[in-house]
Design a protein around this ligand. Structure first.
Ligand SMILES: NC(=O)c1ccc[n+]([C@@H]2O[C@H](COP(=O)([O-])OP(=O)(O)OC[C@H]3O[C@@H](n4cnc5c(N)ncnc54)[C@H](OP(=O)(O)O)[C@@H]3O)[C@@H](O)[C@H]2O)c1
Ligand SMILES: *[C@@H]1O[C@H](CO)[C@@H](O)[C@H](O)[C@H]1NC(C)=O
Ligand SMILES: *[C@@H]1O[C@H](CO)[C@@H](O)[C@H](O)[C@H]1NC(C)=O
Ligand SMILES: *[C@@H]1O[C@H](CO)[C@@H](O)[C@H](O)[C@H]1NC(C)=O
Ligand SMILES: *[C@@H]1O[C@H](CO)[C@@H](O)[C@H](O)[C@H]1NC(C)=O
Length: 331
């Protein structure tokens, strides 16, 4: 010690206001971070012998979900579009969990042909699929179209997962008990409707509306899918992960005006880490008490009420039928 005890006390007395403030700010910071972290999945359930597919599992919430489920003994399939990014994530997940049973399968949700190829491959090579987590997503990108001419956010977040889920449904049903989980967003509550008159935003593109609409579609689909799954022992739930600092914000510099961008650091201060953001996905995938819970919307590891617009059975049905036509599933 370079200080005597006596000297130290003197120092504290002299600087008590400063020290008090620093400690106060520190405590407030950790309390605030703890509050923003939200719900935690406390289930210790194992997944040995179960197969899980997670879309967009190479980064962000999807990767953290994969790490957790792999550590519970599941076979985890990373359904990703970029081979290199996916292989890198697989190596990391295997190293962290010591579970060698982590595989990469390529799927681009912006291409119906790629989704069909992926589903066909899974159907042929995987004896079962017990958990499907529709996690991949894209937010507020510039006006882009998918390979098949759909507005990118509606195309990837909704239509791509719609086709994927439908193509894997027989396999999932035959693997029951099984769970399908959709990573939606609180953003779904910020729009009143699906714009059926211009579903691909061809007349007018608003990057924020397109994201909200795609996420509302996720929740509406949980509703209709749940109706169609009655009596199958397959549950279908959707969720909001929270505000999470991930690569999801990658396009914001292009689509958000400069004067709003100065608030980014403030917003990010309140964000969850990807691991905290994955808790509700993990909870919906493993929590034993949710065995028979279906058609619900979760946030912070608890059931929450979805927006009014997401509770409309007529709209859910109409969206299902239009989606079937758009992706070329019969009718
Ligand atoms: N972060 C938040 O605050 C927040 C809030 C509410 C909801 N969510 C939802 O949470 C989910 C996960 O987001 P995140 O925050 O973890 O974002 P992220 O870090 O950007 O991860 C998104 C993942 O989706 C993949 N993806 C994007 N387009 C794809 C395509 N066409 N085909 C296949 N994969 C594609 C990405 O692959 P690449 O790496 O190859 O691009 C990436 O793996 C999304 O559905 C998002 O809407 C997030
Ligand atoms: C998830 O969303 C997709 C696309 O919106 C939909 O096709 C699927 O039925 C939904 N599944 C669940 C479990 O909500
Ligand atoms: C999956 O394989 C089964 C037979 O194993 C077949 O009946 C079914 O049509 C296939 N599904 C798809 C979507 O290819
Ligand atoms: C669903 O599970 C219950 C028991 O958990 C079983 O009795 C029933 O046969 C199952 N139904 C189907 C369609 O698999
Ligand atoms: C789910 O339903 C099955 C069959 O009805 C029942 O045996 C089981 O106890 C239920 N599980 C929970 C957690 O309620």
């Amino acid at each position: 010690m370079i200080f005597e005890f006596e000297e130290m006390l003197d120092f504290c007395r002299k600087h008590r206001v400063l020290i008090g403030s620093v400690v106060g700010v520190g405590i407030t910071y950790f309390a605030l971070r703890r509050y923003c972290a939200g719900g935690v999945c406390r289930s210790k359930a194992r997944l040995d012998g179960k197969t899980v597919i997670i879309t967009g599992a190479n980064t962000g919430i999807g990767k953290e979900t994969a790490i957790d489920l792999a550590s519970r003994g599941a076979r985890v399939i990373l359904a990703c579009r970029d081979v290199l990014r996916a292989e890198r994530a697989a190596t990391e997940i295997i190293a962290k969990t010591n579970n060698q049973n982590v595989a990469v399968r390529i799927v681009d949700l912006a291409s119906l042909a790629s989704i069909r190829k992926f589903a066909d491959n899974i159907n042929k090579t995987e004896p079962k699929v017990n958990i499907l987590i529709n996690n991949a997503g894209i937010m507020m990108c510039p006006y882009w179209k998918t390979e098949d001419g759909f507005e990118m956010q509606f195309g990837v977040n909704h239509l791509g997962h719609f086709l994927l889920t439908n193509l894997l449904l027989d396999k999932i049903k035959s693997s029951a008990p099984a769970r399908i989980i959709n990573v939606s967003s609180l953003a779904h509550t910020r729009t009143e409707k699906i714009n059926f008159d211009d579903i691909n935003s061809e007349k007018d593109y608003d990057s924020r509306f397109a994201y909200r609409q795609s996420k509302l579609a996720n929740v509406l689909f949980t509703r209709e899918l749940n109706r169609r799954l009655e009596g199958t022992n397959v549950t279908a739930n959707s969720l909001h992960p929270g505000l999470v600092l991930t690569e999801l914000i990658r396009y914001l510099p292009q689509t958000v005006p400069a004067y709003l961008r100065i608030f980014f650091p403030l917003i990010l201060f309140f964000a969850k880490t990807p691991k905290q953001g994955a808790q509700t996905s993990i909870y919906c995938a493993v929590e034993e008490s949710l065995e028979n819970v279906t058609g619900k919307y979760f946030s912070d590891c608890a059931i929450k009420e979805e927006a009014k617009a997401a509770q409309d059975d007529e709209v859910a049905k109409k969206l299902w039928e239009i989606s079937e036509k758009m992706v070329g599933l019969k009718h």
